[in-house]
Design a protein around this ligand. Sequence first.
Ligand code: GTB
Length: 227
Amino acid sequence: MSCEEKVLRPLPVITAFEQSPDRGQGLARDMPVRWALEEVGQSYDVRLVSFMAMKEAAHRALHPFGQIPTYEEGDLALFESGAIVFHIAERHVGLLPHDGNARARAIMWMFAALSTVEPPIVQLEVATYLEHDKTWYEQRLPIVEDRIRTRLDELSNRLGGADWLDGDAFSAGDLLMVQVLRRLNGSSLLTDYQNLSAYVARGEARPAFKRAFDAQLAVFTGKSSGR
Ligand code: GTB
């Protein structure tokens, strides 16, 4: 590809909350997409969407469930943050190893983050924010917390003293796992595990994470309006 073609190729466009309920903590799911794009050095544009616009036909044409994030690149349109991160990782160097077995393991950890570790964490958020007025809330809370502890025990045992899930090399599996665990930031559920807390801190210390975090925070503080 010539320099001219590189310059002329339109940037991928992602969608993010116009007003994120997390007030810029980087917990909404545009964050892993931004982080992946930063890791591979791919510039991108952001289109901010309101809660109302998300449910309108124009946005639903991109995202059948009326949510963020979406990803548009030429005539490709994707939704689901995990699928978007996987696409970015496949198309660029840096997030998936070249070696076939190591690559398969990195993909395995992507699925583990989203389908094994994240669900009980989301259950806790649902209980805390949407079910706290239910008569059964006090009984449910410890049950959900125990489910999280079980997963964190197992993950902590597997990680041991390694830097990343498959050893020395950071991958898209770590990116998604760190992002999932960040949902527990500030909770003793996470700080009870010294190696998992250090793992999250290692992820958050990556320059690409910081750029992604700052970009989504700038939306909240009004320093970036997207396009
Ligand atoms: N499985 C989908 C994916 O991974 O892309 C889930 C997408 C999703 O849940 N999107 C949410 C959304 O659009 C935003 S990220 N919600 C609007 C709606 O459904 O109407 C979930 C989210 C929201 C807020 C916080 N927070 O405030 O901390 C954290 C995460």
